[in-house]
Design a protein around this ligand. Structure first.
Ligand SMILES: Cc1cc2nc3c(=O)[nH]c(=O)nc-3n(C[C@H](O)[C@H](O)[C@H](O)COP(=O)(O)O)c2cc1C
Length: 402
């Protein structure tokens, strides 16, 4: 989504500086080129090496680097020339005060003065007493008047132990503001849509300590939920057990078994316009779950029965709602996926070969094909799950417009 865009990330001396690492990862997941300038004080909170490794670019700190090369001593100009957007996150009261008053006494503040008319986004983070101080407020107002946009901090627990306004906005919200600033019209294309996404794998207990499950981590469904929310949708995410944190602003329901998932999906489907079923729902469950742990004594036979097919049921009642399924296959990919698409009355099916490395379960990336009702097959390259998600939403947006 941010392919070809260069974002200069300014990091300042706030306790929230460690969150810059997460911001870089999220921007890189959208394919942005990220170049970091940190203040001397920021370097006391987070290591240059961390930000350099995550961004894949050198990190700039010194206004006057040791090198005698002229281009090095003009970093503030060369870096700002390359920028499509300048983001300061976290921004201290100090950098905001300096920017508001045209002070350029280090590399970050000097670069900020030299960005010209490129968009600037500031995400402040500070103690509530600093944030509500009228001198700070005056500085913020001056910057807003000059066209600089702010990602307002949140109310919550602050590093000093107090509770109040001033906590850095969430990484998701900061990234959403970056995307909006760079590609405003594209990102609100799911606005007003109520979207239900399922994620992760289900577990069917044999006894209290053992279950039949699958290796799904939830990453694909979580990426779908996060990207739908970024594009303006009202998102409900129903997931099997996972260690992932749900994206901010998304209604989140955690389930365990296929029966529980089915119940919540059927309930939520009534209020949804679009369902994307990325969860790997188990096809079988033990006929009975033992109340106590089964002791080891030779071979054990477990009789399984099929779980109810959620997608098939929804395909029958969907009317004009859009339903997209996933198929994790090991062989006859296209043939199996096309037959699932037809049998379950889906609008699109996303199929991947789970035997491939870097695809499907437990992977950061995915290699999928998207098949539509007319049997057209779109093959996507190896992309991050975020990128795959955006492509799926692009396809869904086209179906909505028809
Ligand atoms: C532990 C600690 C945490 C701090 N956190 C913040 C903060 O969140 N926000 C802020 O405005 N200043 C914070 N400060 C104060 C700044 O580090 C200080 O104002 C510094 O001069 C900012 O420099 P810079 O803006 O050049 O990075 C903190 C200081 C310390 C010692």
């Amino acid at each position: 989504m941010l392919t070809g865009k260069t974002i200069i990330l300014g990091v300042t001396g706030s306790i929230a500086a460690y969150k810059a690492a997460e911001i870089i990862r999220s921007l890189k997941a959208l394919n942005a080129n990220v170049r970091v300038i940190m203040t001397m004080n920021a370097a006391k909170f987070i290591g240059e090496t961390t930000l350099q490794t995550l961004s894949g670019n050198p990190v700039y700190i010194d206004m006057f680097p040791d090198s005698s090369r002229v281009e090095d001593s003009l970093t503030h100009i060369t870096v700002s020339n390359a920028a499509d957007l300048f983001l300061i996150a976290p921004a201290t009261a100090n950098i905001i005060g300096k920017a508001a008053n045209g002070i350029a006494d280090d590399l970050l503040s000097t670069t900020l003065l030299s960005v010209g008319n490129k968009p600037v986004l500031i995400a402040p983070a500070m103690n509530e007493r600093m944030y509500t101080n009228h001198i700070y407020k005056h500085n913020e107002k001056k910057l807003r008047i000059s066209g600089i946009k702010f990602v307002d901090p949140e109310y919550g627990k602050l590093a000093c132990g107090d509770e109040g306004d001033g906590r850095l906005a969430s990484v998701d919200s900061i990234v959403q503001h970056v995307v909006n600033a760079l590609m405003g019209e594209v990102v609100s294309d799911l606005k007003g849509k109520r979207i239900l996404v399922t994620a992760g794998g289900t577990r069917e207990h044999i006894d209290p300590v053992r279950f039949i499950g699958n290796p799904a981590t939830g990453r694909m469904g979580f990426a779908l939920a996060r990207t739908a929310q970024i594009r303006g949708a009202d998102v409900t995410l129903i997931s099997g057990k996972t260690l992932l944190a749900p994206p901010d602003g998304v209604k989140y329901i955690q389930t365990e078994t296929a029966d529980q998932m089915r119940k919540f999906v059927l309930d939520s489907f009534k209020h949804a316009d679009i369902l994307v079923m990325a969860a790997a729902v188990g096809d079988f469950k033990p006929q009975k779950t033992e109340k106590n742990k089964i002791k080891r004594k030779g071979a054990l036979r477990i009789d399984l029965e099929p779980t109810d097919d959620i997608l098939e049921k929804l395909g029958k009642i969907k009317k004009d709602k859009i339903v997209v399924g996933f198929a994790a296959e090991t062989n006859n990919l296209i043939k199996n996926a096309k037959s699932k698409l037809k049998k379950k009355n889906l609008d699109l099916i996303v199929v991947n070969d789970v035997t491939q490395s870097d695809a499907g379960f437990e992977s950061e990336t995915n290699i999928v094909k998207i098949i539509d009702k007319n049997n057209n097959v779109e093959e996507l390259p190896k992309w991050t799950k975020e990128e795959v998600s955006h492509r799926i939403w692009d396809r869904i947006v086209k179906l909505v417009k028809k």
